[in-house]
Design a protein around this ligand. Sequence first.
Ligand SMILES: Nc1ncnc2c1ncn2[C@@H]1O[C@H](COP(=O)(O)OP(=O)(O)OP(=O)(O)O)[C@@H](O)[C@H]1O
Ligand SMILES: [Mg+2]
Length: 390
Amino acid sequence: MKIISIAENYEWISLMNKVVITPNHSIHWVTNESDLYDQLQVDKPSMVFLPDSASYDVYSVCNKISTSFPLTTTLLLFRSEEEVDMRSALKAGAGDVIFLSSPAAMINQDINLAIEDCELKSFQQQDLMPKKNARVITVCSTKGGVGKTTVAVNLAATYRKKFKVVVVDLDLQFGDVAMFFDVKPKKTIYDWAKEDKEGKLIENYLSYDKHAIAILAAPQRPEFAEVITGDDIRKALNNLRQLFDVVIIDASSYMNEIGLVALESSDDILLMTYLDLPTLKNSKILYDTLVSLQLEDRVRIVLNRQTKVLGITTSTVEKVVGKRIFSSLPVMEKAMVTAVNEGKPLSYSHPRSQVAKRIFQMAEKLYHPKKQSTIEIQKDIHLDPVGGRN
Ligand SMILES: Nc1ncnc2c1ncn2[C@@H]1O[C@H](COP(=O)(O)OP(=O)(O)OP(=O)(O)O)[C@@H](O)[C@H]1O
Ligand SMILES: [Mg+2]
């Protein structure tokens, strides 16, 4: 696959060569925008590293590439986070945004994943892979503090490396998804429900983290939650399904019509539980409710803060709840506190931590539509597998 970049000046080239290390590909440099377009082909996958520049509008060039060359992935390069307008980047169809101020290892990982993404995209275009119809995953529990938001944001950060992801904060009164991503939303689900009667403009009400994970944030004030109905949620999810590959819902522990709509719309329901008897008893009640709604096949039990607790083992959990554990996450106090306080999911800040690894495995087990095709790509045209995942 061809990788192209515009050479602004020698300083830029040497900076890029230092941070952009792509083991199986070299960069083809062009000197201006029109030479760049000349290098691209409508039916061949390419990747463009497009540096922010005073000589062109980075978003319009990116937009032109996405519309005219559908198999080309454009990575926007900025010196630092302050310089990017994430909404414009997404609207322009950028594959990812790279900050040259980030650690070189992180830049490399992002670039390798983008290359993999780009290679897969060409197969997608050839109809070898399913069309966009998002996988909807709800994270729920009957008690607060069990780790729903932690799992929702970390799953999102894991999936973002391959997919377009949105996290919907359905903890409408006290939701803190945006805070976990260190994002201050300008608009929330409340503004959307109030202003967009047709429900077609939901994109305008999303906020984005610095890795372009979209967030439909919870209302700013708890009393605003009352105006949002189950029908609104159905409409929101139907629209988001068309726009994203993965929709992750962080549900409230309080079960009402809104929670039920989310559960019924989900392909996977992650029922979070914990090694203490009151939580297990409540998890059992929720599981029985889901069975009565005929949703049991979609339920995956996630045991958080797995640790040695006297008298309770994982088989106690399975016995009490009545379903096998799908995944368990260890206790990880220190890194978790830092991650939340800094607003950085563990999958970014501690990708090699046990929790991040388990969440990565969980993500793979839950949803991996491209696995088959990836294997075929590697077998058939001998592409080197691209690493860099946590
Ligand atoms: N495996 C873990 N090890 C250590 N701390 C954890 C773990 N999982 C979650 N936590 C911490 O527990 C607290 C509660 O987690 P979180 O906010 O994700 O729960 P929640 O179910 O979303 O709560 P709420 O119902 O209040 O929204 C957070 O401070 C989080 O950092
Ligand atoms: Mg929460």
